[in-house]
Structures are given as structure tokens and as C-alpha cells.
Design a protein around this ligand. Structure first.
Ligand SMILES: *C1O[C@H](CO)[C@@H](O)[C@H](O)[C@H]1NC(C)=O
Ligand SMILES: *[C@@H]1O[C@H](CO)[C@@H](O)[C@H](O)[C@H]1NC(C)=O
Ligand SMILES: *[C@@H]1O[C@H](CO)[C@@H](O)[C@H](O)[C@H]1NC(C)=O
Ligand SMILES: *[C@@H]1O[C@H](CO)[C@@H](O)[C@H](O)[C@H]1NC(C)=O
Ligand SMILES: *[C@@H]1O[C@H](CO)[C@@H](O)[C@H](O)[C@H]1NC(C)=O
Length: 643
């Protein structure tokens, strides 16, 4: 049994022993205060400590005494809400015995398998006070460190590594994809930059776009054609991709070529890809024979695939292995349909700086124009297209009858949105068998993004976004692909994979997996101050958004806590009915209320609903650009159950 009296002295003895050295010579300055806080292993925010220090230093000497330091330690480390929780589970309000901790883990944290071994491991890991640790007891100091640790984050630890079946065909996965990867700002005059490729790959992106044009001296270049974006050489792009491709994920990368080069420079491209990427480049099927379905991410680990137009069939390519194809070219016929939506098929990109002319006027029905264009392809490049032959989408019927498993198409968000709305069931079934890539419409010249969720809802695999543009769309992208170890591949739910699926995102009532999600927003801790505050204050509120099928889209918010960014308490419980949790993302947004009419963004965190742990959890916050705002966090209690 732990003795309460000795425990109080445990704490002070330990506290004094940690701070002893610094206070030997009397009062301490701000730098020493920061060093001391670091010794306690409690993450702290510089701005908050600075203002609490200022407030403690009433004589403005730049130095504080021991009692002031205790005050700062309490302000930063003592979490009332966690202390209340601790006290409810500690019979004597001072310590948790092994059994108390096991009960807490099982009953509150939903760790049904927790036993004394689990509890004693946690004490060994988190309890800072030696005497308590020896007695296999957890004090509040240990409990606080445990609750603030990675063991208690909202995102499931098991989902931080690849845990899904990676042996299914590529079309069974959502694949992290970027659009015009070489741009780092807007689509018309911004710079093209190699960093676009490196940073997308470092974020686990597995499908990159390369817009290739003839350059001088026979060297193909990459930029956004007909615009003033700057040019980079194709060769260095491939070198950068080679260097960064597999740093964040082992799984295959698709290079989607938007190819505007002459056959001569296409041969140069093929040569660079072969010489720089070497063994990584997929140049034949896995065993050299004709497969009947797409290979799996597992089978293509550490491989790079080319997506481009292709001459003839894959069978013909396999039959030509070993023959000299240098200098041979062929033509691919391309049917172009232009409709009222100004559908922006990549290969037909018009000069973007020119005003587009709409081909019909008034309220009459849109007319479709069809033209047949011949595109010259070098056989050397065509032969590198194995699993990702680009094919113009004509209709679902045409695809069912004529499309090969290794063919796929890109379509702009406009066309895809129309099909997702009017032909949802067919679109879902199409995506069970074929890869579909969606890209932003051509009029998004400022690189804004569309909502990727509406295309994931119908099973589109490659939903490409402008990675350089922060906002809710990229938050959803980053949140979705946190799952499965950040590998860039997330297995689609069963109802988007099976051949006889009847799923559409519009007729979902009665889904047997529907859940009721209950989130108690308890508190915030060390939130970023308002940019209007001259000290460390803000008027924070939290918005919880559900992104999923139409019926599940929802948004609720807490009330505003006035003037407190350090430790606001909300104590509010928000409840959501979620019909299709398999597709739902949950986004937590913290805002600062500037006035009744306007709020300012402070931080956010987005993750898949089914990647959420239950129980008492903390949520890290990210800035607009996706940078960690640690130690800023929210503290919540979460449950979700099927009803
Ligand atoms: C399908 O087409 C898209 C769009 O160009 C491309 O990025 C993707 O790699 C292609 N995938 C396959 C397997 O053809
Ligand atoms: C606790 O469970 C683990 C497996 O989950 C087991 O290895 C261990 O022996 C158990 N400890 C006790 C004390 O039951
Ligand atoms: C981009 O332009 C659209 C209108 O075309 C506008 O709604 C959007 O706010 C702009 N986005 C940015 C980031 O400027
Ligand atoms: C605070 O941030 C908002 C938008 O994030 C910005 O519009 C505003 O100018 C900023 N105010 C100050 C004082 O920096
Ligand atoms: C939140 O709940 C706790 C405990 O129930 C209470 O002490 C605290 O005053 C509440 N705070 C607010 C802001 O409601």
C-alpha cells in the first residue's frame, strides 16, 4: 500500500531534486526556466511560458524565485481535467495501484486485453518518481505523462504501420495522387520546381504527374505548357524521383506522363527513364507472361510504372521483347469530345493564357464536338507502358466491353462529378475493375482544389490534388493517407471492391456498419494564441466535421471560451450518426473567434473515423500548412458503436 503522506513528500523531494542545481545561486532567468521545464519532460510552448514568466516576474527583474517557478510548472503541467480523471480512478486520490490502472485501461480506454503486465510496463515507462516506480504505483505525475504520450493519441498506433492486405490488385486501393506535381504555386506564372516532386514523395504520394515538352538541344523539359511557368529538365526530374521515391513508402510509384514531345524526344525520355531508374522501372510484366488482372502493391514494391498512351496491346509488347525498336514510331488515334463543361483533357490542353471560347450560346442544349486527332508515339516509350495505358473514357458500356484491365483513364472533376451524380452505381462498378484518375478542372488556375471525398465515395483510386495548396481538401487528403502506415495505399472498403456491389453513396440507409459517434470535447492545451492578442490569449472554439457520403456530411461546434488559449475547457458532448464509417473522415478545427461574424483558423487535425482510438485521447494540431503545432492539443473522450 502506498502511504499518502510519504507520497506528498515523494513529489516534493523529487521536484526539489530536479530543480535543485539551478536554484542554488538564488533566482533564475527565463533561459534557465526553459531548461528546467525541459528537465521535467513536459512539452511546453515558448510563447505561453514567456507570458506566464512575465506575469510572475512582478518586479520586472528578469528573474524569478522558486515559488514562481512552481507556479509556472503548475500552469504548464498541472492539467485540472486530467487530475479530476486521476482522482476518480484512484481510491486514495494519490496513487493508482496496478489493479486501479488495469481497471482504467479496460473500462475507460477500451483496452480489453490490459492486465497487470500492461499496467506495470506503463509505470516503468512513464512514472518519473523513483519511489513510486519501485512500488509499482502510478502517481499523478506518471499518469499525466502517460495521458500526454503517443500511447494516448487519438490516431490508432496500429494504423501507423502497413497493416492492410497489400496483395490485392491495384484497383482495390485508394492511391495518394498529385496533380501538376512540378508546380509549387499557381498554374500560369508560378515557378516549376523539383521540390514539388521531392515533397510529394516524402508525403507518401504514389502518383506523380510529369508534363513533358520538347526542349532545346534535344533535351525534353517539364512545365505547364503554353504558360509562363518556368521549365525544368526532364532528366533532373527523373533523378529526383529516383532519389526520393521510396523514402516514405515501399510501394509502387506511377509516373503519369502528360506527353507533348516529338517522337525523337520521347526516345530521349525513354532512355533517361531506363538508365536512371534501372531495375526500379517496370519494363515488362512481373513474370514476363500475360496477366489477367492488375498486380498488387506488394508484387510491385520498389517499382516505378509509367502511365502514358501506348501503341497496340500489352500482348504485342511482350511479343517484341529483345527486338530492336530504335527510331520506330506509331500513331494513336484519340477521340476528343468537347462539351459545354470545357472538359480539360490533358492532351488537348489549349493555351491557358488565351480566353477559352465556348462553342455554344444561350440556353439551348450543349452540343458535343468530336474530333479525331492522331498522336505520334515513339515505340521506345510506348513499350515502357505496361500496367497503365491511358485510354480515353467513352462510356461505361464501352469500358465493360472493350477496356483492358491495364488500361485506365483520367477525367476532369467536372466529368467525374457528373458521372458520380447521375451514374453512381455504374461508376462504382467500373472502379471495381479499372483505375480512374481524377484531376482538377483547367479553370482552377490559382491551383485551388476540389473536394476529393466525393470521388473516393464512388471508388476512384487516383484522386489528384494540387499538393501545393493548403486547405480543407489537402487536410482530407493528408488525413485519409495517414492510414496504413502513410504508405500512400489504403484498401478500399469491401463494398467498393466486390464485383457484384450494389453500393452507391446516395442510397445507404440501413448500412449494417452504421455507428453512433460520441465525442466529448473536454479541453484544449497550449493552443496557439490569437494573432490579435498581444499576450498568450485567444477565444477558442472547436468545430467537428464529418466528411463522407452525402448523408453523413455534418458539422457541429462548441461554444467559445473567452480569453484562454492555455487551457480552455469546453466539457461539451457532440453526437453524430454515421451511416458509412468506412468512408468517413473526422476533422477537428480550432478557431479563434475574432467577432461574431468572423473566426480565425488556429489549427486542425483530420483522420479516418475507423482509425480513431476510443476513450480519453489527445489530438495533436497542425497548422494550415500541415506543420505540427506541438505541444498544442485537444483532450477528448471518444466512443463509437454500432447500434
Ligand atoms: C491511369 O491514368 C492516370 C491518369 O493519367 C495515371 O496517372 C495512372 O497512373 C493510370 N494508371 C493506370 C494503372 O493506368
Ligand atoms: C498479460 O497479457 C500478456 C499477453 O497479452 C501475457 O503475455 C502476460 O503474461 C499477461 N500477464 C499477466 C500478469 O497475466
Ligand atoms: C481560386 O479561385 C477561386 C475562383 O476561381 C476562388 O473561389 C478561390 O478562393 C481561389 N483560391 C485561392 C487559394 O486563391
Ligand atoms: C490574423 O490572421 C488572419 C487570417 O489568418 C489575417 O487575415 C489577419 O490579417 C491576421 N491579423 C493579424 C493582426 O495578423
Ligand atoms: C467542466 O467539468 C468539470 C468537472 O465536471 C468542472 O469542474 C468544470 O468547471 C467544467 N468546466 C466548464 C467550463 O464547464
Amino acid at each position: 500500500m502506498g502511504l499518502p503522506v510519504s507520497l506528498i513528500s515523494f513529489f516534493f523531494t523529487w521536484f526539489l531534486s530536479v530543480i535543485h542545481d539551478k536554484f542554488r545561486k538564488g533566482r533564475i532567468n527565463f533561459e534557465s526556466t526553459l531548461e528546467l521545464l525541459a528537465k521535467f519532460d513536459i512539452p511546453f510552448d515558448y510563447v505561453h511560458v514567456k507570458y506566464i514568466f512575465k506575469a510572475s516576474d512582478t518586479l520586472k527583474t528578469g528573474h524569478i524565485g522558486l515559488e514562481d517557478f512552481r507556479g509556472i510548472y503548475r500552469a504548464i503541467a498541472h492539467r485540472c481535467e486530467i487530475h479530476e480523471l486521476f482522482k476518480t480512478h484512484s481510491p486514495n486520490n494519490k496513487i493508482l495501484q496496478l489493479q486501479d490502472l488495469v481497471a482504467f485501461l479496460r473500462n475507460q480506454q477500451f483496452q480489453e486485453n490490459a492486465n497487470e503486465t500492461t499496467a506495470s510496463d506503463l509505470i516503468a515507462k512513464f512514472e518519473p518518481i523513483e519511489e513510486a516506480k519501485r512500488n509499482r504505483e502510478m502517481t499523478f505525475e506518471g499518469f499525466l505523462r502517460y495521458m500526454s504520450s503517443d500511447d494516448c493519441t487519438l490516431f490508432k498506433n496500429e494504423h501507423r504501420t502497413v497493416y492492410q492486405d497489400m496483395t490485392r490488385p491495384l484497383c482495390d486501393y485508394f492511391i495518394s495522387s498529385s496533380h501538376n506535381t512540378y508546380l509549387i504555386s499557381d498554374q500560369l506564372i508560378g515557378p516549376s520546381h523539383l521540390w514539388g516532386y521531392a515533397s510529394a514523395l516524402m508525403k507518401g504520394c504514389r502518383c506523380l504527374e510529369i508534363d513533358c515538352w520538347d526542349g532545346s538541344n534535344g533535351e525534353p523539359v517539364v512545365y505547364h505548357g503554353h504558360t509562363l511557368t518556368s521549365k525544368i529538365s526532364f532528366k533532373t526530374v527523373i533523378q529526383v524521383i529516383h532519389k526520393y521515391a521510396f523514402l516514405a513508402s515501399d510501394y509502387p510509384v506511377v509516373l503519369s506522363l502528360e506527353n507533348h514531345c516529338s517522337p525523337k524526344q520521347q526516345e530521349v525520355m525513354a532512355d533517361y527513364m531506363k538508365s536512371i531508374l534501372g531495375d526500379r522501372l517496370v519494363t515488362s510484366t512481373i513474370d514476363g507472361t500475360m496477366p489477367t488482372e492488375l498486380p498488387s502493391p506488394e508484387a510491385l514494391k520498389f517499382k516505378i510504372m509509367i502511365k502514358n498512351k501506348k501503341l497496340g496491346t500489352l500482348e504485342e509488347t511482350l511479343g517484341r521483347v529483345g527486338t530492336d525498336i530504335h527510331g520506330q514510331t506509331g500513331e494513336v488515334e484519340e477521340v476528343q469530345t468537347t462539351d459545354d463543361e470545357l472538359d480539360d483533357e490533358p492532351s488537348a490542353k489549349e493555351p491557358l493564357l488565351k480566353k477559352r471560347r465556348v462553342s455554344w450560346k444561350g440556353a439551348g442544349p450543349p452540343r458535343k464536338k468530336q474530333k479525331i486527332k492522331k498522336v505520334k508515339i515513339a515505340l521506345a516509350l510506348s513499350e515502357l507502358v505496361i500496367y497503365c495505358k491511358s485510354r480515353k473514357f467513352i462510356s461505361f458500356e464501352d469500358s465493360r466491353e472493350n477496356q483492358k484491365f491495364y488500361e485506365n483513364h483520367s477525367m476532369s472533376e467536372l466529368k467525374a462529378r457528373k458521372m458520380a451524380k447521375t451514374l453512381a452505381a455504374e461508376f462504382v462498378q467500373h472502379n471495381v475493375r479499372f483505375l480512374s484518375r481524377i484531376y482538377p478542372k483547367g479553370t482552377r488556375t490559382n491551383s485551388s482544389n476540389y473536394n476529393p471525398q466525393e470521388f473516393w465515395n464512388v471508388g476512384c483510386q487516383l484522386v489528384a490534388l494540387n499538393f501545393q495548396t493548403p486547405g480543407v481538401q489537402m487536410d482530407l487528403q493528408n488525413g485519409k493517407f495517414l492510414d496504413n502506415g502513410g504508405s500512400g495505399y489504403v484498401l478500399k472498403p469491401e463494398f467498393l471492391r466486390c464485383r457484384n456491389t450494389q453500393f452507391t453513396p446516395y442510397s445507404i440507409s440501413g448500412n449494417q456498419h452504421a455507428v453512433v459517434l460520441t465525442i466529448k470535447l473536454i479541453s484544449g492545451h497550449q493552443l496557439p494564441p490569437s494573432n490579435l492578442s498581444r499576450t498568450n490569449k485567444a477565444d477558442p472554439l472547436v468545430i467537428i466535421e464529418i466528411h463522407g457520403v452525402t448523408e453523413d456530411q455534418a458539422k457541429q461546434q462548441t461554444c467559445v471560451v473567452k480569453g484562454n488559449a492555455l487551457c480552455p475547457r469546453w466539457n461539451e458532448t457532440l453526437t453524430f450518426q454515421v451511416q458509412v464509417p468506412e468512408l468517413a473522415l473526422v476533422r477537428f478545427v480550432v478557431e479563434d473567434q475574432l467577432s461574431l461574424a468572423s473566426n480565425d483558423f488556429l489549427g486542425q487535425y483530420t483522420l479516418p473515423l475507423l482509425s480513431m482510438n476510443k476513450g480519453y485521447r489527445h489530438i495533436p494540431l497542425l497548422s494550415k500548412l500541415g506543420v505540427s503545432l506541438s505541444p498544442a492539443s485537444l483532450f477528448v473522450h471518444v466512443t463509437y458503436f454500432q447500434q
